[in-house]
Design a protein around this ligand. Structure first.
Ligand code: MF3
Ligand code: CO
Length: 266
């Protein structure tokens, strides 16, 4: 069942989503070769709790950390680890917070300098595909219009792999609500989008094959061919004419630009 939000509920989701983005921005300031993703996770949890919120992911279906940090060939759901990051790593940070009864859920992929050209393109294309998907979150469109926009751009135009096993989702009182939002599909299919539906749109794009495998930890999803992967996620409220993007990368991009250890397109 798809839950339509009231305007007041949408504002609470916006507050949670922006706190997620500020949390990721905090981590962007710390990112450098030598830091461990476990240290980043601890800082994230502290920052979230200091802001009167709780990490949505911790204990979600038994997930043991506040964040998912997926490095290089890890696609999503990577466990924070006590292993130091290196130059050239791609670090995808996915954070959820629960505050005032509503979740926010957003992700961003960083590159530790120097970043290979192919990986720069992967990041750029994945972020652009998110923007193309978000643009379709308009009342009267269908879920498949979002899915198709992402797939056409990444697969047909750039020949990257669109992960099939994991999808975007509705967002609200629950972290994962209906409908599912796949990153592949046909235009004009799936649930019709109605005003004040809130969606988490999150393309997971691989440089090589779309196929993935699970680590022995039962969570970490990796590319089958070991090539790198990128992941960006926005929370979007469906509106007539133009979507309302509840999350924002602005605070993250400001830190990314200010941190010389990070690749930035901006
Ligand atoms: N953004 C991810 C998702 O929507 C986060 C869930 S990770 C989990 O699936 F740890 F909470 F499972
Ligand atoms: Co999500």
């Amino acid at each position: 069942m798809i839950r339509i939000k009231t305007n007041a509920e949408v504002e609470l989701i916006r507050e949670s989503a922006l706190l997620v983005n500020r949390t990721i921005a905090e981590l962007a300031a710390l990112l450098r070769p030598g830091i461990t993703t476990h240290q980043l996770d601890q800082r994230a949890e502290e920052f979230i709790r200091d802001n009167q919120a709780v990490p949505s992911f911790k204990n979600y279906r038994g997930y043991p950390y506040a964040t998912c940090i997926s490095v290089n060939d890890a696609v999503v759901h990577g466990f924070p680890m006590r292993k130091e990051l290196n130059e050239g790593d791609l670090v995808s940070i996915d954070v959820g917070v629960f505050k005032n009864g509503f979740h926010g859920d957003s992700a961003y992929t960083f590159g530790l300098q120097p970043v290979a050209e192919a990986h720069q393109l992967l990041m750029r294309v994945t972020r652009a595909s998110l923007e193309l998907g978000v643009e379709k979150a308009i009342a009267g469109n269908r879920i498949g219009d979002i899915s198709n926009a992402i797939q056409e751009y990444t697969e047909r135009k750039h020949h990257f792999g669109v992960v099939r096993e994991l999808v975007g989702h509705g967002l609200g009182k629950q972290l994962h609500e209906d409908p599912q939002v796949p990153n592949y599909g046909k235009k004009g299919t799936g649930a019709k989008l109605r005003e004040n539906m809130v969606l988490a749109i999150e393309p997971m794009i691989n440089l090589g094959t779309k196929d993935v495998i699970y680590d022995a930890d039962g969570w970490t999803v990796r590319t089958k061919d070991g090539k790198y992967s990128a992941h960006y996620e926005h929370n979007v409220c469906v509106k007539k004419g133009k979507p309302d993007i509840l999350s924002s990368f602005d605070s993250i991009i400001a830190q990314e630009k200010g941190n010389a250890q990070l690749f930035s397109d901006y």
